[in-house]
Write a protein that binds this ligand. Structure first.
Ligand code: NAP
Length: 308
């Protein structure tokens, strides 16, 4: 089969940091075009925005949307309407209704829609899921604390409605927990801390409960300087199962069992090629459902103004 001819839409931080290298390293897919209002890339056709690309005679099979979540719906819809497979960065959209609408459209058109969760593709996630399926879980505690100034410099969209604030990284933790837990869980308490000058939270404190009553807690905070924390600690009847470094390391009963270099995006593009070849989609929106619940149930607390 000829390689999938792919266009990237939104050539920003994540496209440059991860997507370009991962596409290069993946068999069965090649980057042939970019659509970005301000950025260009040597060696491929460059367009101002997705509409110009889709209206052109450029032959592509798929698009990978690396734009902010606000506005992603109309880009994805335009691509699907034009008969292209679509890969969505996380979060898959700005609202639940729009992502479910995209899922339905892709199915009607017989096209692949891949709602990616890069943290789920980290090395420790599937082994943790397999381990936890055999143990009785007593509690889960997530700590996802990072420095927004370091990771999101000058990204105005992330503080706007639909940008999710601290849930932009926090949803990565939720994408792992929804994958490794053997049962469903639902939110029971949410506390969101908003800087007085921002429309999105800088911190969140969440409490969930599984169907059988196991407590799950999550602390997200964007004010952490120094060492960064992306940890998930699961206590079980046979000891602890701990994922650190965003899911790339696994400790079982205190012993290190997995330490792997970051291959998340290479895994995502490998999976996208396989989905297109099978004619299938992968659209699990459950992490976004939990984020929506956190906003719906959230008690709001104001804190000092945040300046970049
Ligand atoms: P970014 O650096 O702001 O890049 C997004 C690009 O999209 C911009 O450079 C911009 O390029 C284009 N764009 C189109 N419409 C835009 C708008 N209304 N406002 C701002 N930019 C717009 O953001 P990013 O960090 O790459 O994040 C993009 C997506 O990837 C987000 O959903 C994020 O959650 C996800 N992600 C980010 C990271 C990370 O570490 N940064 C990690 C994993 C996933 P033009 O101006 O040239 O059009």
């Amino acid at each position: 089969m000829a390689p999938i001819r792919l266009a990237i839409v939104g050539l920003g931080k994540i496209a440059r940091d991860q997507h370009l290298g991962a596409i290069e390293a993946t068999n069965g897919i090649e980057l042939v075009a970019v659509a970005s209002r301000h950025a260009k890339l040597d060696g491929v056709a460059c367009f101002h925005e997705i509409g110009d690309l889709l209206d052109s005679d450029m032959e592509i099979d798929a698009v990978s949307l690396c734009t902010p979540p606000q506005g992603r719906f109309s880009q994805a819809k335009a691509a699907l309407d034009a008969g292209k497979h679509v890969m969505l960065e996380k979060p898959p959209g700005a609202t639940l209704s729009e992502v479910y609408a995209l899922d339905a459209l892709a199915r009607r058109k017989g096209l692949t829609l891949f709602s990616t969760w890069h943290s789920r593709a980290a090395a420790a996630v599937e082994p943790a899921r397999a381990l936890l399926a055999k143990r009785k879980i007593r509690s889960v505690a997530v700590e996802w604390k990072e420095d927004v100034r370091h990771w999101h410099p000058g990204q105005a969209w992330i503080w706007e409605p639909g940008g999710l604030g601290v849930f932009d990284p926090g949803i990565n933790a939720l994408s792992i927990v929804t994958r490794i837990m053997p049962e469903e869980f639902h939110l029971t308490r949410s506390e969101l801390t908003f800087p007085v000058n921002r429309a999105a939270p800088i911190a969140a404190s969440l409490v969930f409960e599984t169907d059988s009553g196991v407590p799950v807690s999550a602390e997200f905070d964007w004010r952490q300087t120094g060492p960064q924390t992306w940890d998930i600690r699961v206590e079980t009847d046979e000891g602890s199962v701990v994922l650190t470094h965003g899911g790339s390391r696994l400790f079982v009963n205190g012993e290190s069992v997995i330490v792997e270099e970051d291959k998340e995006y290479r895994n995502l593009y490998r999976d996208f090629v396989a989905l297109v070849m099978k004619g299938a989609s992968d659209t699990d929106f459950s992490p976004l459902v939990h984020v929506a619940d956190a906003f719906m149930l959230g008690r709001r607390i104001q804190t000092a103004a945040f300046e970049d």
